[in-house]
Design a binder for this molecule. Structure first.
Ligand code: TYD
Length: 224
């Protein structure tokens, strides 16, 4: 998988950009909210929580096109899908992320470029390089200083999604299980390739244990 930009160069803005990644159901959203609250209360800094896809007005429409398409619409092609995620990201950086960073805020995004690399690359049609090029164009090369990968097995994440929805976990059909497993492995590979940016966290730990790890790391980043 593609090498990404080194984060050793100083960021051209006073804020701190953090992202969370992982397959569905690993508890990103809870951790993002708790971390932001702690940053505001304990570090006395502005913290903005945001997400992809869909945290701008334009993005909300794109999210609907991607995740709740018209039932009669033809399947979205791999290229159109990747470009729609990139368009959402372009608007997200322009409207939310960069203004926050320029103001000196800690901006925390639930998913970013790595989600496109993990979910959209690896199929037969588009390479990691192509997905990365699209995201670079979309973002003007704005990279997080840290990416937290919440990692757990596909089985466990599936059970958790069912639990949150108050449902019995149904059997993961093979196709879906192998898709999620591929995505999980893609994230782990990205983490391996970018050790200076990534922190991999065992998402089977308690909420408090995960928060403690995150807070330790954020404190260091803020004091740097
Ligand atoms: P969402 O309901 O926000 O799920 P989650 O809580 O797991 O983030 O749905 C986002 C879905 O979009 C998720 O399944 C991953 C997918 N996605 C991509 O395929 N590519 C991307 O670039 C992004 C940002 C998300």
């Amino acid at each position: 998988m593609t090498e990404q930009k080194s984060t050793s160069a100083p960021a051209p803005y006073p804020g701190i950009f953090l992202t969370f990644e992982g397959i569905d159901g690993v508890g990103k959203t809870t951790q993002v909210q708790l971390l932001a609250k702690w940053i505001r209360e304990e570090l006395g800094r502005e913290a903005i929580t945001t997400f992809e896809p869909g945290d701008t007005l334009l993005g909300r429409s794109i999210r609907t096109l991607l995740l709740n398409p018209e039932p009669t619409a033809a399947p979205v092609s791999a290229r159109a899908e990747a470009l729609l995620y990139a368009a959402d990201r372009a608007q997200h950086v322009h409207e939310v992320i960069l203004p926050g960073l320029k103001r000196g805020a800690v901006v925390i995004s639930d998913r970013y470029i790595d989600s496109s690399l993990a979910y959209q690359a690896g199929g037969r049609e588009l390479s990691s390089e192509q997905i990365l090029d699209m995201s670079r164009l979309a973002t003007g090369d704005v990279w997080p200083v840290r990416t937290y990968l919440l990692d757990m097995s596909v089985e466990q994440s599936h059970r958790r999604v069912a639990q949150v929805r108050g449902e019995q976990p149904d059997r993961l059909e093979e196709e879906s299980a192998s898709f999620h497993e591929r995505t999980r492995q893609a994230f782990l590979k990205l983490a391996q390739k970018n050790p200076e940016r990534y922190l991999v966290i065992d998402a089977t730990q308690s909420i408090e244990q995960i928060q403690a790890q995150l807070r330790d790391d954020v404190r260091k980043l803020v004091e740097q």
